[in-house]
Design a protein around this ligand. Structure first.
Ligand code: PRP
Length: 184
């Protein structure tokens, strides 16, 4: 599928396909958590659109909180060093926690978050990710709910960015190779 957006090479997952899959995931989650009141933890910033659509389609009562890990800006991706820039507001002790991510790539961010959150003694802790780039994994992470397995391409849209842009696109698109920037 093509688009006339100048930065996007092709549409990998259309808006309709995204919405249908999110509804399926929300149905599964609603069933699995029907006897409890889970807390959905959105991992900022990329998860925002997915989280909002997941919430709208989830039938069980649930609360929401947020975490913001440091991003890999500056080329530190291979180090796997992650910090929390924003922590949860509420305690998760004894709660059923669903971590909501836009993408699991190397798994380093999610691995850090899992280790961190486990020390807070939740009753359960599961991962829901929209996208899984498992071919890039460096550390194994147990994904309970997965929207789509995707190839190793740089994707943006539906929350995912390139230099903070394109998060607003309603689809997942593959970027055109960025042009060499002047003055750099
Ligand atoms: C992205 C994504 C995950 C992480 C996945 O965040 O949202 O949090 O990278 O990569 P990994 O599996 O290799 O650790 P990013 O640092 O781009 O920040 P953002 O969500 O604010 O865009």
């Amino acid at each position: 599928m093509t688009t006339n957006h100048p930065a996007i090479d092709k549409i990998l997952i259309s808006k309709d396909t995204l919405q249908k899959r999110v509804q399926e995931l929300a149905k599964e989650i609603s069933q699995d958590y029907k006897n409890t009141c889970p807390v959905f933890i959105g991992v900022l910033k990329g998860s925002v659109m997915f989280l909002a659509d997941l919430m709208k389609n989830t039938a069980v009562d649930h609360s929401v909180d947020f975490l913001c890990p440091s991003s890999y800006a500056g080329g530190t991706k291979s180090t796997g060093i992650v910090r929390l820039l924003l922590d949860l507001r509420e305690s998760i002790e004894g709660k059923d926690v669903l971590l909501v991510e836009d993408i699991v790539d190397t798994g380093l961010t999610m691995n850090y978050l899992l280790e961190n959150l486990r020390t807070r003694r939740p009753r359960s802790l599961e991962i829901c990710t929209l996208l899984d780039k498992s071919s890039c994994r460096k550390v194994s992470v147990p994904i309970r709910y997965r929207g789509f397995e995707i190839p190793n391409e740089f994707v943006v849209g539906y929350g995912l960015d390139y230099r903070e842009l394109y998060r607003n696109l309603p689809y997942i698109g593959v970027m055109k190779p960025p042009k060499a920037e002047k003055n750099k």
